[in-house]
Unconditional design. Structure first.
Lengths: 290, 248
């Protein structure tokens, strides 16, 4: 029982990682209908900047946290303004291919500038692990879990309680109608790409101490995050968050018995879920979705 | 209010609208009618800068050419669509609020806590005006077509537009509900909104319009009051021609 509880809770901590990345992807997806394949590597790239700020420039960690989020947002603004905007009217598929290309550019650039040697990244909060009854969690795990809850709360309020959020959701459903109704679509696109990419930076920075910093470290995480949002229904931050947590827990439990199929098992589950409920667990077909 | 001068729209070799002059006076319901393919919707699309055109389109003395689409709502021009363009996974309330975007101040904290006073009141008034109050929290996806047409009208109306372009508001509406629709359009006009109406339902057009412009093959063939139009020989020919064509 103790073992199971431990595995489940540690799985939750891993799932929070997927949830964080997934929510950033969904915010952009929900507005632009673009699956941002560069989400993970945008985060990876700004995490390198964070690494040198901490180790070389000795900038305080709290300030680095802020700067990383800002750097992510800036990348988002640049991507939207100078790449997405000019291609948007021509081909939707090209937009998605662009993000895929961007992902490779970030990886190549990181390898070129910083080499591929793995680096250990200091955690935001160091110190002994914390015992919660029978369960042991590292302090960083707890930070990631808390961040997931906070990010979900903030995104929910943004999307469902502000006029910019409503505007963002309306664009993906009918862009032309949204414009005719007076939604300044160019600035809403900018806003959403900034938020999504800022989240990419935040997520990567919080995650990286669990792994090591190298150009490819977000690769598998991003695949899991995609699985999370497909499982959760593609169009809700709630679905992405819960989908991420489910994947984290299940995968950790499976890994205990069958370590070899840890990564593939969840993808099979996702395929089965899609066959049975194509809209995902919390997708559009349901009436209430948040 | 709206002045269209010598408007011409070409698609390749086809001339969809040819030298159209059209003036919509403030406070009227002005119907634009004509057989299918006469170019009515193309006129709407030109006003909204969707298709390239030559000629001039002025609203309240201001040339619209080159204006980004979302700026039209800001200066008081909006439209509804022939094929519904509702946001299905949003509630009626949310759908209508999107229409108010350009007219609401963004006070972030106030919004997080719920709407601040003025937009909330405007929303309540609008819901009431269109008889949608009880449907406010319902998701658009589950509502019948006729109701969604009304939601679309409310969404366009909440921003207090000076001019609304209605593209076939009666299409797909059951006959029993057409009386209500007439009343709603007339009350929109009485509330101070000028209306340019494209519609195939002649009974509705003749009942509520203040003036009517008839187009055929991209050109204006007649203009006047509903009474003058229903007696016009060219109009009858254009429509009879269509009916014979449709029957064959």
């Amino acid at each position: 029982m103790n073992i199971l509880a431990n595995l489940a809770l540690r799985g939750l901590a891993t799932g929070a990682v997927y949830a964080l990345v997934g929510m950033g992807i969904v915010v952009i997806l929900q507005t632009t209908n673009v699956m941002n394949f560069a989400q993970g590597d945008t985060g990876m790239f700004v995490t390198y900047l964070a690494f040198f700020m901490i180790t070389t420039a000795k900038v305080p960690y709290s300030l680095v946290l802020v700067l990383t989020v800002v750097a992510g947002a800036l990348i988002g603004l640049i991507v939207e303004r100078f790449m997405m905007r000019s291609v948007r009217s021509r081909s939707h598929l090209s937009l998605i291919m662009l993000t895929l290309g961007l992902s490779l550019v970030f990886q190549g650039l990181a390898a070129f500038l910083f080499n591929t040697e793995p680096r250990l990244f200091p955690p935001l909060v160091a110190g002994d692990s914390i015992k919660l009854g029978p369960v042991v969690l590292s302090r960083q795990d707890i930070v990631v879990l808390l961040a997931t809850i906070i990010v979900f709360g903030v995104l929910y309020l943004f999307l469902y309680r502000t006029k910019q959020g409503a505007a963002a959701r309306s664009i993906s459903q009918d862009e032309y109608a949204a414009r005719v109704l007076g939604i300044p679509t160019p600035s809403i696109y900018m806003l959403v790409w900034a938020i999504g990419s800022a989240l990419a930076g935040l997520a990567a920075l919080l995650i990286v101490p669990r792994f090591s910093l190298e150009p490819s470290f977000m690769g598998l995480i991003q695949v899991k995050a995609f699985s999370a949002i497909v499982l959760g229904g593609m169009d809700s931050v709630f679905g992405a968050a819960v989908g991420g947590l489910i994947i984290g827990v299940v995968e950790n439990l499976v890994a205990y018995q069958f370590p070899a199929i840890k990564d593939s098992f969840m993808l099979i589950v996702v395929v089965i879920v899609l066959l049975v409920m194509p809209q995902g667990l919390f997708g559009k077909r349901q009436q209430r979705r948040f | 209010m709206l002045a269209i001068e010598n408007l011409t729209v070409r698609f390749g070799g086809v001339v969809a609208v040819k030298g159209l002059n059209l003036t919509v006076e403030e406070g009227e319901i002005h119907a634009l009618i004509g057989p299918n393919g006469a170019g009515k919707t193309t006129v709407f699309n030109a006003i909204f800068q969707v298709v390239p055109y030559t000629g001039g389109i002025q609203f309240a003395g201001r040339e619209l050419r080159g204006l980004p689409r979302y700026r039209l709502a800001e200066i008081g021009v909006t439209r509804t669509f022939q094929n519904l363009s509702i946001f299905p996974s949003m509630t009626v309330r949310e759908n209508i609020l999107v229409g108010a975007h350009s007219k609401t101040q963004s006070r972030f904290v106030a919004e997080l806590l719920g709407l601040s006073g003025e937009p909330r009141q405007r929303l309540a008034e609008t819901l009431d005006f269109f008889g949608l109050s009880s449907l406010s929290p319902t998701y658009a996806a589950v509502l019948p077509y006729g109701t969604l047409k009304t939601v679309e009208l409310a969404r366009a109306f909440i921003s207090n537009p000076k001019l609304i372009l209605l593209d076939e508001p009666a299409a797909g509406i059951p006959t029993s509900e057409k009386g209500t629709l007439k009343g709603v359009i007339q009350r929109m006009r009485d509330a101070g909104t000028t209306i340019l109406l494209v519609e195939h339902d002649m009974e509705l057009v003749m009942d509520i319009s203040d003036s009517v412009t008839v187009m055929d093959f991209g050109e204006k063939i007649a203009e006047g009051t509903p009474a003058q139009i229903s007696a016009d020989k060219r109009v009858i020919e254009a429509y009879l021609g269509e009916e014979i064509h449709a029957a064959s």
